[in-house]
Design a protein around this ligand. Structure first.
Ligand SMILES: Cc1ncc(COP(=O)(O)O)c(C=O)c1O
Length: 379
């Protein structure tokens, strides 16, 4: 049967994530994976989950098992509002920040519109923008030809590049948005994972009138909860709220009460402190191993936080072509070109340093280095 006639006109624009495809094919526990953006399982507060569950059921009765408000339960919105110094009315809970990106795309984009974004760009965002048939253009693209609706940026510890925008760069984003009179979507899932350097003002703080700031519990609590939030102007959140009604009625309610309790009691900050120390060690270990094993001509970013660093190999090395060889040797990465809308920069790759155990990191980097050396020889 020919099923293709049943699909909507949007379907041909859906992109498959190469990262998710890797996970479909490979048993992550059997190899050394620097590919995904998974947090380290040791950072999950596993031992606290049973008492946290019992506590919210005791405190709120059957409420955590019932449907909840589309905006999110008031207890969680209040805790988030307090933490970030905004009114509760400016907080919408989302079923993860990926949904935050998607709901913004759904509310603001028409086919043919443009989103101005970092290049390289987070794959999940690219998938969402493309699914609504929007064009993705570099931020400094002056004549877009198509109306730009918003700027999408990850100012802190970018996925995939690991870079952090300076205050000047953030002010420039705000200047462009004001000049074009468009919105800014500030995707901020890593901001609280800082290992060195000083925090820079958020874009929301610089331009609260036109910024939707996306937050997430995935990297500061556990991604299995699928919880995030949007902070933004009430008029914009009102439309997002209506849109979210048809997506999932409400975010997961038990999860929200648990997150509210975890964040509100101070347990999240205590756990975050341990997480930061763990990731700082892993980042420093990866950087020292790259220094030790990588051949001359390979360079990398030094991220002040987040989960990724970005490798640039000598011109002519093709990380897409090299990938099967790496996998057969037992090491995985994500080719950098997947994060470019035009598939360029085939001599780059993204490495994650949060997921792999410290003990596995040295053999993993050694393997990667030997695969790179081999492809330098046959170049
Ligand atoms: C920049 C960025 N935004 C959003 C997400 C989605 O996170 P989640 O949906 O788990 O909150 C990720 C996940 O890795 C990410 O890197």
């Amino acid at each position: 049967m020919d099923y293709s006639k049943f699909f909507s006109a949007d379907v041909p624009s859906f992109l498959r994530s190469p990262v998710r495809e890797i996970f479909r094919k490979v048993d992550l526990s059997a190899i050394c994976s620097f590919a995904g953006g998974y947090p380290a399982a040791v950072t999950f507060p596993t031992d606290q989950i049973p008492s946290l569950t019992a506590k919210v059921l005791e405190k709120y009765g059957t409420k955590p098992l019932q449907y909840g408000a589309t905006q999110g339960v008031p207890e969680l919105r209040e805790v988030i509002a307090r933490r970030y110094g905004v009114p509760v009315s400016q907080v919408q809970i989302t079923t993860s920040s990926q949904q935050g990106i998607d709901v913004c795309s759904r509310v603001f984009l028409d086919p043919g519109d443009a989103v101005l974004a970092d290049n390289p760009v987070y794959l999940g965002a690219l998938q969402s923008f493309k699914a609504y048939r929007a064009e993705v253009l570099p931020i400094r693209h002056s004549e877009t030809g198509s109306p730009a609706k918003f700027i999408y940026v990850i100012p802190d510890f970018n996925n995939p590049s690991g870079k952090t925008m300076t205050l000047k760069e953030r002010e420039e984003v705000v200047r462009i948005a004001r000049e074009l009179d468009i919105l800014i979507v500030e995707d901020s899932p890593y901001r609280e994972l800082r290992y060195s350097g000083e925090p820079v003002k958020t874009i929301r703080e610089l331009a609260p009138e036109r910024t939707l700031q996306l937050g997430s519990f995935s990297k500061i609590f556990a991604p299995g909860f699928r919880l995030g939030w949007i902070i933004g102007p009430e008029e914009l959140l009102e439309q997002i709220y209506v849109c979210k009604q048809c997506l999932d009625l409400c975010p997961p309610v038990l999860d929200q009460y648990m997150a509210a309790e975890f964040m509100g009691s101070g347990a999240l900050d205590a756990n975050l402190e341990k997480t930061i120390a763990e990731y700082r060690r892993r980042r420093d270990l990866m950087v020292s191993l790259l220094e030790k094993y990588m051949p001359a001509g390979v360079s990398w970013t030094y991220p002040e936080g987040g989960l990724f660093l970005w490798l640039t190999l000598p011109e002519g090395v093709d990380t897409v072509a090299m990938y099967d060889e790496a996998l057969s040797c037992g090491v995985a990465y994500v080719a950098g070109s997947f994060f470019y809308t035009d598939g360029s920069h085939r001599n780059t790759m993204r490495l994650n340093f949060s997921f792999v155990d410290e003990a596995k990191m040295e053999p993993g980097i050694q393997l990667l280095s030997s695969v790179i050396r081999k492809s330098l020889e046959i170049r």
